[in-house]
Design a protein around this ligand. Sequence first.
Ligand SMILES: [Zn+2]
Length: 182
Amino acid sequence: MVNAQPYPVIDVWELDRSAIGATIAAVQRPGREGKEGGVLWIGTRGQTSAVRAVVIPAGEGVVEAADFWQVTPEVFGAVSRWASERAWSLLGICHTHGDGIPARLSPQDRAHLVRAPGILAVVIGSAGREDNPQRWGWYEFTSGAYRAISSRERQRRLHLTTDADIGVWAADRRGCRPVANS
Ligand SMILES: [Zn+2]
């Protein structure tokens, strides 16, 4: 069945703890160098959306700076093509903020992040050493802006699982390849 609605409304996100672990491991690498890092959460989109893959953009087309993390449209395009072959979609964009910087979207983040209905933006504090997702900043793009998701709302809408099969992939503008030992 073809889903004619490109952005089905998301009620619940299923996120496996292994995806959280892979996310933290990926963003701590640039964090150790004093830089922001980030990953993309990719999976099936529907009323219940499930993260199936953690995609780590790296190399050309990825900016990891002390106060900034950005992925070029070319890399997003390559990831989107790869995901659509699997009937997956971009569900979330996670990035770190360094020590002493609040785990909240900055004006620069709001200006540069992908703007599409239902996309999650997650900010991980302390350069990725903050490993408690409850202390991360959670936002959803709705009605033209990123809106914070309160902890109460997350209790209902964010389901943490422990048994999902999560792939870890590296991405650049040529596409995605599996990361070894994942
Ligand atoms: Zn930021």
